[in-house]
Design a protein around this ligand. Structure first.
Ligand SMILES: C[S@@+](CC[C@H](N)C(=O)[O-])C[C@H]1O[C@@H](n2cnc3c(N)ncnc32)[C@H](O)[C@@H]1O
Length: 219
């Protein structure tokens, strides 16, 4: 067998055969999705920001895991009344009852890609943070778009930074992407973090980031 044929066989064996991915659920059914591995890493890198009065969307998973004892007050926001874990029900693209200067930290993971009016929610996230408070955002850059979740957008770290700089101001936002070409292919094929080496996952090539993350501080 020619060398190129062998290479092709190995590459296919690694990323799966056929045109369909190995997972129809971003890898959740197979292990730790690669993008969740990066979200966790991003939040751990900024763990000291998760403190005081915290707000998270949908549930308080990361507030609990990352914030630990630093967290004094934990809130969960949901856009409508369907979520029993929600302590705050509000649509942050419309006038709402959430007080200004309210939170020390907002963990906003996998929210912005389902919100149509990005500028409106960016303004609101800024308004409800206390001065000195920190917004931690993670959004997909490259992944399956699940039709049942009304996914509207994908982001680059540059687009995310520009979006958040409008309310937070220049110099107040740091954004970066996580991933590389192998991880991007693996994420699309439904492979999970357990199937790659730490070295492969840690290699960074922003051109092929799968997750865009940003830390924004309110002046
Ligand atoms: C897919 S969940 C993701 C949250 C979860 N923390 C995660 O990491 O996957 C999306 C969340 O965004 C919220 N959301 C969507 N549109 C919103 C809006 N206009 N205002 C406030 N929250 C919104 C939904 O209520 C939901 O809790």
């Amino acid at each position: 067998v020619k060398r190129w044929a062998l290479r092709s066989i190995f590459a296919r064996a690694r990323l799966g055969l056929g045109v369909s991915p190995l997972s129809e659920r971003w890898g959740f059914d197979r292990g730790t999705p690669l993008h969740r591995h990066y979200i966790r890493r991003f939040l751990e890198e900024n763990a000291s920001d998760v403190r005081g009065s915290c707000l998270e969307f949908n549930d308080s998973l990361y507030t609990e895991q990352i914030g630990g004892h630093r967290v004094i007050e934990r809130h969960v926001i949901h856009v409508d009344r369907t979520n029993p874990r929600a302590t705050i029900v509000a649509d942050l693209t419309k006038p709402n009852e959430v007080g200004s200067d309210r939170f020390d930290c907002i963990i906003c993971t996998h929210v912005l890609h389902v919100v149509f009016d990005l500028r409106a929610i960016a303004r609101e996230l800024h308004r409800i943070l206390r001065p000195g408070g920190v917004l931690l955002v993670a959004v997909p850059q490259l992944s399956m778009a699940g039709p049942e979740f009304d996914e509207l957008w994908r982001f680059t770290s540059l687009g995310l930074r520009r979006l958040l700089e409008e309310p937070f101001g220049r110099g107040q936002v740091e954004a970066r992407g996580y991933g590389n070409a192998l991880v991007a292919a693996a994420e699309i094929r439904g492979l999970v973090a357990e199937e790659l080496t730490e070295r492969e996952i840690s290699a960074q090539d922003p051109r092929f980031a799968i997750e865009a993350c940003a830390r924004a501080v309110k002046r």
